[in-house]
Design a protein around this ligand. Sequence first.
Ligand code: SAM
Length: 227
Amino acid sequence: MTTFHIITVLPELFEPYLGESILGRAIKSKLVRVKIYDLRSFTRDKHRKVDDKPYGGGPGMIISVEPLVQTLRKILKGKSKNKIKIVITAPAGRQFSNKTAQSLASRYKDIVIIAGRYEGLDERIIKILKSKNGFGAGVEEVSVGPYVLTGGELPALVIIDAVARHIDGVLGKAESLEEKRLGVGVPVYTRPENFKFLGRDYKVPSVLLSGNHRRIEIWRRENRKTG
Ligand code: SAM
């Protein structure tokens, strides 16, 4: 079983998405586990404050290093470090891809995802994680795309979703084989055969109705959309 550990200041955002559909089923059948850590529970501050003003001035607040260290301590305690990957969500991180998702799924049992907020994390958490006397687990800053979001919760869900699809048993056998065989971006159609809209006919390509599997496969390969 692969366990995702999410560190966040907005824990309630995750459940609705994770409870549904393919991910919901994967969690129920114990192929995947998701543990959410509310950063506010790891602060010594009596007001559960997790952020503070930036040194050097500037707008926005920064997530403090102390509660992050305490949360990571709790997560990593007693775990074999070479099976753990720590992913820090960051707009300037390495571009997340299907290849990264596949490699995370096959190499790690525990994937820790830090969802930032505000103006990001105190840089020292990255220094600590990358240093020899840090936590000993691999760490990487990862971006889910060339844009800036208000927080790392959506990126964390994107990463969980994309990684989970590569875990054995999460997708139906047929679905995952079909995607491996043909790749992504194959145009798909369902009933009706002809959809009339504003006086025009939108027909399903006739080859898909032909029953000729060889021709269908060739058509699918030839019509695959590539980014
Ligand atoms: N100025 C900050 C910076 O350059 O990192 C922007 C921080 S952003 C408003 C707040 C948080 O959202 C980040 O710490 C990160 O966790 C998350 N985030 C925003 N865009 C992201 C992206 N494209 N990929 C991954 N995480 C992102």
